[in-house]
Design a protein around this ligand. Structure first.
Ligand SMILES: [Zn+2]
Ligand SMILES: [Zn+2]
Length: 345
């Protein structure tokens, strides 16, 4: 029997809600039952009754919020069909960060896919994005403007290593979000043959240890002790973006400040943050990959959750795809939503 899309998924104050299955996806407020796409703080919040997510995401939430982050948890295995009320849900990899998943919701012959955040570029720290054919595709649009075309992240890391060679006495301090980006930068450095220790700000330590436990090889990553800072000339140090401009970073010898973010494409942002070496490395899809992905899903309808919605909605119209912006609040670039737990660390 054909179901109305609004019975499968609709927008509530808490976020996307499935009336037929009685659950929310990535709710921004505590709810009785939440399905979580990935561990970033704007998607995964503490205090839900029951949480269904991949094992990696459940573990990330436990590291960030403590073991009692929800009432009861259930692991969603990738590809497994899980019956919830009158719908079937299935998790598929999203290529965004460790454990990240898209969630396909099926009722009768109708399938809606909530992609969460996703990228198509290769990332040695997580499973690649998988195209799930669907009727309605729900997408973010963080970089949903044609000016956003991300370069190859490997070339950006090569620029970092060139700078390290050029200034062997200076410390290179790289700002990177604590979940996903930091570990991806480390993995890319290792792929490029960099085998010296990569020093970590304390706020990156726990999630990096979790990545290692999950089998992502990152090599030696000692935590920076306050007293060691003056001795780290020539080293690469990773820290959360907020620490680049902190007093913390000034104790290193003549530091070169770098920041790994898709936003570094915007030079004004780099200048404003006092970033000397902007590295354009994003865990989100750029414009071309957003458009390509929408086409590949074969969706006849697209809902855009947040970001630069207008251009993407317009592009869909030119392709004969019905699209609407959801103007969802509470989601955004991870940097604006780093949990307090970690910044305090
Ligand atoms: Zn995210
Ligand atoms: Zn997000």
């Amino acid at each position: 029997m054909a179901r109305k899309d609004a019975d499968i998924l609709c927008l509530t104050r808490e976020g996307l809600y499935c009336p037929l299955g009685d659950f929310h996806v990535d709710p921004v407020r505590p709810v009785p039952r939440a399905l979580i796409t990935h561990g970033h703080a704007d998607h995964a919040r503490a205090g839900h009754g029951r949480v269904l997510a991949t094992l990696e995401t459940l573990r990330i939430m436990a590291v960030r919020y403590g073991e009692d982050f929800c009432g009861a948890r259930q692991e969603a295995r990738l590809g497994e069909a899980i019956r919830l009320g009158e719908v079937t849900v299935r998790f598929a990899p999203a290529g965004h960060v460790l454990g990240s998943a898209q969630i396909a919701i099926e009722a009768g012959s109708r399938r809606i896919v909530v992609s969460g955040d996703y990228k198509r570029a290769p990332d040695p720290t997580c499973r690649p994005f998988e195209v799930v054919p669907c009727d309605v595709f729900i997408t973010e649009a963080t970089f949903g403007l044609p000016v956003f075309r991300h370069p190859d992240a490997r070339d950006e890391v090569r620029r970092l290593l060139d700078s390290v060679r050029l200034f062997p006495e200076r410390t290179h301090i790289v700002g990177a979000y604590s979940l996903g980006k930091a570990q991806r930068v480390m993995a890319l450095l290792r792929e490029a043959g960099y085998d010296a220790p990569i020093h970590l700000h304390g706020a990156l330590d726990k999630l990096t240890a979790l990545y290692k436990r999950e089998g992502v090889p990152l090599g030696e990553t000692p935590k920076v002790a306050a007293a060691d800072r003056p001795k780290l000339g020539g080293a690469i140090v990773l820290c959360p973006p907020s620490a680049i401009q902190d007093l913390w970073s000034r104790k290193f010898p003549d530091p070169v400040t770098a920041f790994a973010s898709g936003w570094m494409r915007v030079r004004a942002r780099a200048r404003q943050k006092g970033v000397e070496l902007p590295l354009v490395i994003s865990d989100h899809s750029d414009w071309d990959d957003l458009c390509r992905t929408i086409r590949e899903t074969g969706a006849g309808e697209v809902w855009v959750t947040h970001g630069q919605e207008d251009a993407l909605v317009h592009w869909c119209a030119t392709q004969g795809i019905a699209a609407r912006p959801l103007h969802m609040l509470g989601y955004g670039d991870e940097g604006e939503a780093e949990p307090a737990v970690e910044s305090a660390a």
